[in-house]
Every structure is written in C-alpha cells, then in structure tokens.
Design a protein around this ligand. Structure first.
Ligand SMILES: C[S@@+](CC[C@H](N)C(=O)[O-])C[C@H]1O[C@@H](n2cnc3c(N)ncnc32)[C@H](O)[C@@H]1O
Length: 254
C-alpha cells in the first residue's frame, strides 16, 4: 500500500507486497523497461517530470480532444455493466479525470479498478490523483505482455493508447487486452479514427498527428478491428464514431 492508500505493485519505490491479493501479486514477476517509442517520441508527454505538471489538467486534455473528453469518457462508462464485484482493467494511465470517473462509476457495484502503466512516474501520479479511492490498484506492467491470467477481468478499457504504439506493439496490446478479459466481458477501445472528408479538423489533425504522433495515422488507414488477432472469434464487435469520425469507440465482446 503506498502513502496514498493505493496498492501499487511491482518494483516501484512505494510498493509493499503485504496487502496485495496473492493471485495478482504472484502474476507480477518482471518490471518492464520503458520502450523505445515512448522514450524517443513521447518523453515530453509522459516521462519528463514537467509533462505531468503541464498535462495533468482536465481542461487541457479536453482542449486536445476538441472538447470531447467528457463525452468520450462517458462512452466508456456506458459500457461498464459487469456483475457486482467484477474487476475492471484500465490499460495505461490517462491525464485528467478519466480514472477518477471510472473508479467512481464502478464503486457502487463494488468493482475494483486495476490500472496498468509502463512508466513509474505515471503510476506515481495516478497514485496521488486517485488517493481517495480504496478500490483502485496500480500495476507496473507492459500492455503488450500483461502478467495477469487469462480471463481475469470482466471488462478492459484501452483509452487512447493504441495510436501511440508501433504496429507490432499495438497488435500485442490488443491481443493481451482480449486475453485477460473473461468470455462474455467487453474490451472497450477509444482512440483516433480517420475523420470524414467533410470534417474541417481532418486536414489540421493530419498535420498535427504526422508531426507529433507518428504511429497515429495507422488508425486512419486501417480500421481498429483489423488489429484483432486472427484466431479469435469474438461474440460481437461494434464501432461508434464521434466528432465527425475523428474518434472511435470499438467494443469487443469476448
Ligand atoms: C493511455 S496513453 C494516452 C492517454 C491520453 N492521451 C492522455 O490524456 O493521457 C498514455 C499512457 O500510456 C502509457 N504507455 C505507453 N506504452 C505503454 C505500454 N507498452 N504499456 C503500458 N503503458 C504504456 C504511458 O506511460 C502513458 O502513461
């Protein structure tokens, strides 16, 4: 348990194995390294201490998402219909109120929120931000090689992570999110998508993403379900689009 009362697992300064559920603790063996794409491309957004000072503001995240943060967050909360007490996984930390809102949404049904991230600095920040929740655990893990057993979670959420990852890592993250979700559970992906030709943001965003987020335009060229592993047969795959197609929510029912 860290200073903030949150369970933080793996080789982080605040971790204490004592009050962790044994199954989850046993599953976490190796501390992952920061991958090259994060170090080279996104150091300014997630790894530099000033990045947290700058970006940890809901209004700024909302601005970056052209005023759609609340709507996209709500679109995830709308999918959280698991049975009482079902554990939910959030793959990667998110700046702003996203995790707070997700934890608050799960609380009445006594569902525990587990958050994974590969960057210790992000987990520490999440620990501070979520200190008033006693139903949240943090895990130092790589989204492309999760250390949880298959079917551990009722639902899994991947919010704006895939566009930041090179294709091979993205494919493994998608496969892992599905593997750790139980049959009948949902994996909810929210991310960028190719906007309609009539969307005035299309031209601006193409330049912005090409400049700052070199892997993001993959999600303009391919549909997100194209990254699902070929050998799985999900019960259902549904897509919904927001802001003239600039954003998508894809829900995979396992
Ligand atoms: C969810 S994404 C983007 C979220 C969104 N843009 C925001 O406002 O925060 C950012 C997070 O993904 C994490 N991340 C990137 N690659 C990862 C990986 N392979 N495994 C786990 N976390 C990863 C980063 O450390 C960062 O905290």
């Amino acid at each position: 348990m860290n200073d903030n009362g949150l369970a933080l697992r793996n080789e982080l300064p605040m971790s204490v194995a004592g009050d962790l559920e044994s199954s989850a603790f046993e599953a976490e063996r190796e501390a992952p390294c920061i991958p090259a794409y994060l170090e080279d491309t996104y150091w300014w957004a997630y790894l530099h201490p000033r990045s947290i000072w700058l970006f940890e503001r809901e209004w700024l995240v909302n601005l970056i998402l052209w005023g759609n943060m609340r709507r996209l967050t709500q679109s995830v909360l709308d999918e959280m219909d698991g049975a009482p007490g079902s554990p939910v996984l959030q793959v990667a930390c998110v700046y702003g109120d996203f995790s707070n809102r997700l934890a608050a949404c799960l609380r009445p049904s006594h569902s525990h929120l587990h958050i994974v991230d590969i960057a210790p600095i992000q987990l520490h920040n999440a620990g501070k931000k979520l200190e008033h929740h006693d139903t949240v655990s943090l895990h130092h893990q790589d989204s492309s090689a999760l250390q949880f057993s298959a079917g551990r979670f009722s639902h899994t959420v991947v919010f704006f992570l895939l566009h930041e990852q090179p294709e091979e890592v993205r494919r493994r993250t998608v496969a892992e999110a599905i593997r750790v979700t139980r049959p009948g559970g949902k994996v909810v992906f929210v991310d960028y998508h190719c906007p309609k030709r009539s969307n005035p943001l299309r031209y601006l965003m193409r330049h912005v993403l090409r400049w700052l987020e070199p892997f993001a335009l993959d999600l303009w060229r391919s549909e997100l379900p194209d990254y699902l592993p070929k050998d799985i047969r999900p019960e259902q795959v549904s897509s919904r689009f927001y802001c003239g197609g600039l954003y998508q929510k894809v829900v995979v029912t396992c």
